[in-house]
Design a protein. Structure first.
Length: 400
């Protein structure tokens, strides 16, 4: 059975060119990047080159890139590194639609006497600047808002939100895991994101391996380390560098830069956006009582979150998987959870509709042929499951 993969927001495949860039650092160039001998110097040069590649993608200084183990660690380092030792009174603002890496960290911070405010979402999944304006205070130390949601793909007005935080003297962090390599990001002192102080990157969302990530930390932002040990990463993240993973992340950033340049040269929708739109519109035209979660809001070009009333998302995910199509009921970090998505319920969806929602997230490797094959499977799978549903009123047959 040929398999079709449409769960790129959970993880992307490793690009062959990324793997080839990493290969020598597993077997041949295995030196510790902190060693002063030749093998160590070679590893250090590779780490420095990868840092340059990522800084080029983000339009920032190389010294502002801190390598981590992935998105969760980067989010935690941003929050705990700026708040755990903050002078009282300290106030932190985040949102109801964040990844658990931020929300669970916020819960922990609240136990350390950091006051936490959770901003609401609109029905479209947007955090409005007016909501942040109403919540921010003189004692607010940090604001954290996800750049694009991992479940719906909805993009937040990050530049406006960051400007509000800065005007009040607060730092601003964004989890950009779902936009790095998909949207151009300019973190330079005069760039569109000049007010963003901390930004999270995850390697396995941009065709690099799992277990590697980075945190952009703007110059002059003081960050207390979570890990204590050596003086790695300018004393911001102790631990021997994952050289092969770092090399892979750097190569993936380089490839992403090429893709973004190609996207920028496109007058109309990008190839990926065109594929997503065709998948989405074809499903909507063929399936009754179906709709887009986040409709009307700007979304990243690869993501479509659809609800299919009268079915359970888990059953549809399994049915499609048996036919060779890999999709998701939401965040991979919530796989197996019995509760409906906190993102969708925060947007106002009923628990039943949230449980009936499926995320299709395409990768740069998705083809038009795969879209056609998926469209041959999805309406039929929905119809079969609805035939088993006690809430589904089957359309009356028209007499011949």
């Amino acid at each position: 059975m040929r398999r079709i993969y449409m769960d790129a927001n959970a993880t992307t495949p490793l690009l062959p060119e990324v793997f080839e860039a990493m290969r020598p650092f597993f077997l041949e160039h295995y030196g510790n990047a902190s060693s002063i001998h030749q093998q160590g110097q070679y590893a250090r040069a590779a780490v420095d080159h990868a840092r340059d590649q990522i800084a080029h993608l983000l339009h920032c200084r190389t010294s502002e890139i801190v390598f981590t183990s992935g998105g969760t660690e980067s989010d935690n380092l941003a929050l705990f590194g700026t708040l755990e030792n903050a002078a009282a009174p300290a106030h932190f603002i985040t949102t109801s639609i964040e990844h658990d890496a931020v929300l669970r960290a916020a819960e922990s911070l609240s136990k350390k006497k950091i006051e936490v405010t959770i901003l609401p979402s609109t029905p479209q999944g947007v955090i409005e600047p007016t909501a942040l304006l109403a919540a921010i205070r003189p004692e607010t130390k940090l604001v954290s808002v996800m750049f694009a949601n991992n479940e719906t793909g909805v993009i937040q007005p990050i530049a406006a939100l960051a400007a509000i935080a800065h005007a009040s003297g607060a730092l601003f962090h964004t989890d950009a895991v779902q936009v790095v390599g998909r949207l151009p990001l300019d973190l330079s002192p005069k760039g569109a994101l000049k007010d963003v102080d901390l930004l999270t990157i995850s390697g396995h969302k941009i065709y690099a391996p799992k277990g590697i990530g980075a945190l952009f930390v703007r110059r002059n932002v003081r960050l207390a380390p979570m890990l204590h040990g050596g003086s790695h990463e300018r004393q911001r993240r102790a631990g021997t560098e994952n050289v092969a993973g770092i090399v892979g992340l750097g190569k993936a950033a380089e490839v992403s830069n090429t893709w973004l340049a190609e996207d920028n040269a496109t007058d109309g929708p990008t190839h990926l956006a065109a594929l997503r739109d065709r998948l989405e519109q074809s499903i909507l035209s063929q399936v009754e009582e179906c709709g887009v979660n986040g409709e009307g809001a700007p979304r990243v070009s690869n993501t479509s979150n659809l609800y299919f009333d009268h079915i359970e998302a888990e059953a549809l995910v399994i049915a499609l998987d048996l036919k060779g199509l890999s999709v998701s009921g939401g965040s991979a970090c919530q796989s197996g959870a019995t509760e409906p998505s906190h993102v969708l319920t925060a947007m106002g969806l009923s628990p039943a509709r949230a449980r009936a929602s499926i995320r299709f997230s395409l990768s740069r490797l998705t083809t038009a042929e795969e879209i056609d094959e998926a469209l041959a499977l999805i309406p039929a799978a929905v119809a079969r499951l609805r035939d088993l549903s006690p809430t589904w009123n089957k359309p009356a047959l028209i007499p011949a």
